[in-house]
Ligand binder design. Structure first.
Ligand code: SF4
Length: 161
């Protein structure tokens, strides 16, 4: 199988996180996928015009990405600024790129209000996690893209080849 894999830019070492850092992931499968030309890198939030650095943002009231997509929840920065529209645009940009480039899989960093797929933070900026997906991960899954977190790279390697 040679399906392409959409990947979070911060996992690829791009310094695009809210705090200006990256979270590079090192794994033989990533090296191989890169050599095979199968990685499609995006930072959804940057693609929607968000700056680096930027205030941290969370989905309000313990809700999840699907709630944002259905208009039932907001994404807010710690400053209180509503960034829901930017996060929805970010997810739409990621989905469009995945579909345009033939990605069947995505490898996204966990915990992010965009890219999280196993857990996100609960909206109180207290560091408390809860199970759920961010906005981009939710939209990708709703459209048939198989999303794996960085801690699931072995599973992805077994599935994607
Ligand atoms: Fe990384 Fe995704 Fe956040 Fe961009 S939106 S910095 S790719 S976790």
């Amino acid at each position: 199988m040679t399906a392409k894999i959409l990947v979070s830019a911060c996992l690829m070492g791009h310094a695009v996180r809210y705090d200006g850092a990256s979270k590079p992931l090192s794994h033989p499968a990533i090296d191989r996928w890169r050599e095979e030309g199968r990685l499609v890198t995006i930072c959804p939030e940057i693609s929607a015009g968000m700056p680096v650095p930027r205030p941290p943002a969370e989905i309000e009231h313990g809700q999840v990405g699907a709630d944002v997509l259905s208009g039932k929840a907001r994404v807010v920065e710690r400053t209180g600024r509503d960034v829901t529209d930017e996060f929805v645009q970010a997810a739409e940009n990621a989905l469009a790129l995945a579909l345009d480039t033939g990605c069947r899989f995505a490898l996204l960093i966990d915990g992010s209000p965009s890219c999280g797929s196993g857990f996100i933070y609960d909206g109180r900026f207290s560091g408390a996690r809860h199970p759920g997906m961010g906005v981009t991960a939710a939209l990708l899954r709703q459209n048939g893209i198989e999303v794996y977190s960085d801690s699931e790279i072995e599973l992805l390697a077994a599935k994607a080849g």
